[in-house]
Design a protein around this ligand. Structure first.
Ligand SMILES: [Zn+2]
Length: 253
């Protein structure tokens, strides 16, 4: 099992998490960047630990603070051997005040970096699905190294559209919540599903509301396996294979 999306820098006891990975059945954790600074820190963590990989990216909400210099730095960071994707990038219209144009510009600039370096990318999308889809569908040529919808929560209505663009669909703890629609899970091609925690956020049931940790990715996977009428082991094999195909720079000895 691989936790394809966690924020390890937000934990005080990172060492404990990493030391217990093996006993928790976790092969890898991908820790996600949201600024130039924490992207650099994520790489530093990945350098220290064989099983940890990093992504580098600038979160949409920082679009107005981002300079050309930041993008240059990000591109340099992205060339590191343990950087497996650009992310999380995308659009977030959740705040009352947001600059959609600045967010789209930064999003496309980072899609271009991913393409130029031959890396896949991880998408963050909140309350912005139609604009996000529009950007991706008008920049299909930038998806050739793979894209992933992190913490997918756009429901049945959009899933086929993103799949048709070639995107992977990643689920975190919120898919386990009572009111979540799980009816469309069976419509997703099995080679496009991955799982993640987004730890320390979005703890799956029955830990909802408490701090999330990478090992709880299993709770989310169990719930989805259930829905697909599959054993956990069978589903684990599928999502692990998918995660390694997507993050093709992950190399386990
Ligand atoms: Zn995240």
């Amino acid at each position: 099992m691989i936790d394809t999306h966690a924020h390890l820098l937000y934990f005080d006891d990172v060492d404990e998490i990493i030391n217990s990975m093996e006993s928790q059945g976790l092969e890898n954790i991908v820790t996600i960047g949201t600024t130039v600074e924490d992207s650099a820190d994520s790489i530093a963590l990945a350098e220290k630990h064989k099983n940890i990989y990093a992504t580098v990216g600038i979160y949409p909400e920082y679009s107005n603070l981002t300079t050309e210099e930041d993008l240059k730095k990000l591109k340099e960071l992205a060339k590191h051997e343990k950087v497996v994707a650009i992310g999380e990038i995308g659009l977030d219209y959740h705040n009352e005040v947001f600059d959609a144009e600045a967010q789209k510009k930064l999003f496309i600039q980072q899609l271009e970096i991913a393409d130029e370096l031959g890396l896949p990318f991880c998408i963050h999308c909140r309350k912005a699905v139609s604009d996000l889809y529009e950007v991706l569908s008008t920049h299909k040529h930038l998806i050739k190294y793979g894209g992933l919808m992190h913490c997918y929560s756009e429901g049945a209505e959009w899933v086929k559209k993103f799949i048709d663009l070639g995107m992977y669909i990643s689920f975190s703890g919120n898919i386990t919540y009572k009111k979540s629609d799980r009816s469309f899970l069976k419509d997703i091609p099995l080679d496009r599903i991955v799982v993640e925690t987004d730890a320390p956020y979005l703890s799956p049931e029955p830990r909802r509301g408490k701090e999330n940790r990478p090992e709880y990715v299993k709770l989310t996977a169990e719930r989805i396996a259930d829905e697909l009428e599959m054993s956990y082991d069978e589903f684990d094999k599928i999502v692990t294979k998918n995660a390694k195909r997507f993050y093709f720079k992950i190399k386990n000895a």
